[in-house]
Design a protein around this ligand. Structure first.
Ligand SMILES: [Zn+2]
Length: 92
């Protein structure tokens, strides 16, 4: 089952949307939707989804975790050297 595969893939192993999508044969946009769903449904389970927010490599600006995909540019320094957000599943 896909949901189980997603949990196995991300358990103690942070990955970007693209890294998750590729082996599963999905588009990053699909993974983004699935992660949002997973975040809600994991609420009462033994695992939780941890989002490492995107950040600017130039000035260190940290984006909010509502950005699941890579932001275009930094609102603080207008730089485009952005580290993508990563997703990890950890046990409670
Ligand atoms: Zn910046």
């Amino acid at each position: 089952m896909y949901r189980k595969a997603l949990i196995d893939l991300l358990l103690d192993h942070p990955m970007t949307l693209y890294e998750i999508a590729k082996p599963l044969g999905l588009r990053p946009k699909d993974v983004e939707d699935d992660l949002r769903h997973l975040q809600k449904t994991l609420r009462h389970e033994a695992y939780r989804l941890v989002i490492q927010p995107a950040h600017c490599q130039r000035c260190g600006f940290v984006f909010g975790t509502e950005h699941l995909h890579k932001p275009g540019k930094c609102p603080a320094c207008k730089g485009t050297w952005i580290e993508e957000p990563r997703f990890e599943i950890v046990g409670r």
